[in-house]
Design a protein around this ligand. Structure first.
Ligand SMILES: [Zn+2]
Length: 88
């Protein structure tokens, strides 16, 4: 098993057993949709780090691109892990 496979498998195990992971993921997604619905000029929480920011663009959901990348990596990690295991 390659290192990447081991990482993917451990992420998959986390997905199956770690309810804290589910909760965190749920919180992130909830913040994302709240930010999405908020009007421009209103206060929103960064979908990843929950820092309070003013929404300046209609597509803004994060305080910076670092958070945006981290958010999508976090959300995607489960899907990628699953795809790796099931596509064999
Ligand atoms: Zn942030």
């Amino acid at each position: 098993m390659s290192k990447a496979d081991r990482v993917a498998t451990s992420q998959f195990d986390d997905y199956c057993t770690d309810s804290k992971y589910h909760e965190e993921r749920y919180e992130l997604i909830t913040r994302y949709f709240i930010a999405q619905k908020a009007a421009i000029g209103s206060k929103i929480k960064c979908a990843y780090c929950s820092k309070i920011i003013i929404k300046k663009h209609y597509r803004q959901r994060f305080c910076n691109t670092k958070c945006k990348n981290k958010y999508w990596n976090f959300i995607d990690s489960v899907r990628k892990a699953r795809a790796k295991i099931w596509n064999k």
